[in-house]
Ligand binder design. Sequence first.
Ligand code: ADP
Ligand code: MG
Length: 244
Amino acid sequence: MAINGKSDTPVLEIENLSISYFTRAGEIPAVVDFNLTLKEGETAGLVGESGCGKSTVAMAIMNYMGDNGGIVGGSIKFRGRDIVQMPQDELRRLRGGEIAMVYQEPMAALNPSMTIGRQLAEVPICHEGVDERTAMKRAAELLDAVRLPDAQRILDAYPHQISGGQQQRVVIAMALLSKPSLLLLDEPTTALDVTVEAGIVELIADLSRDFGTSNLYISHNLGLIRETCDRVFVMYSGEVIEEG
Ligand code: ADP
Ligand code: MG
């Protein structure tokens, strides 16, 4: 199974996934027969127009389908194990540690009344039970890893005191602090300007090398994704129509 210490089982293998939303008007298929494979250490891009089902796929991987969403067919395997069939307690462990997600709007993920340092430090304190000093040191290292210069100033700052691009890098650092093997990024730069997005996509590709994470990067910017991702999946009204 293992080649060079890496498993050849894909980190993520989605097969024939179909997801519907159930509304008063009836069943609305949002994702139809969707297939995607992400190998260990790879960065895959998932691109498509707004409303084509990208976020629905990401939420299904996190198993957060909301009240009216449901997986109606197929499987989502994380390292060979089907998430769709997994018991709740096992799922919770997976979500907190192995799989992390970065959302569109960085401010929504940050607590405005807490310094960046405190909220970053909470991750290793809660996850690994390390002491505060060790946690702060780890937080500073991660800020460095996401290419934020002057880590100490950022640690002492409140979220509103740094730029949107810096906030999104902080959120990525926070996700990485739980040492996930799979990082899902759902249009993480929509709130930011175009040049910032280019920097973030590049960063994600680099982090894959530095931390060994496998990344699924969702965007509507095909050009940008093509340049930096190992594979590109293009979605069109619920289906994958291209893989290059
Ligand atoms: P994307 O992320 O690609 O913009 P989404 O996954 O958010 O697309 O949405 C896919 C489709 O599912 C859209 O047509 C959207 O309107 C519909 N949809 C999303 N969430 C719900 C919901 N909770 N109830 C009903 N329909 C939904
Ligand atoms: Mg979306």
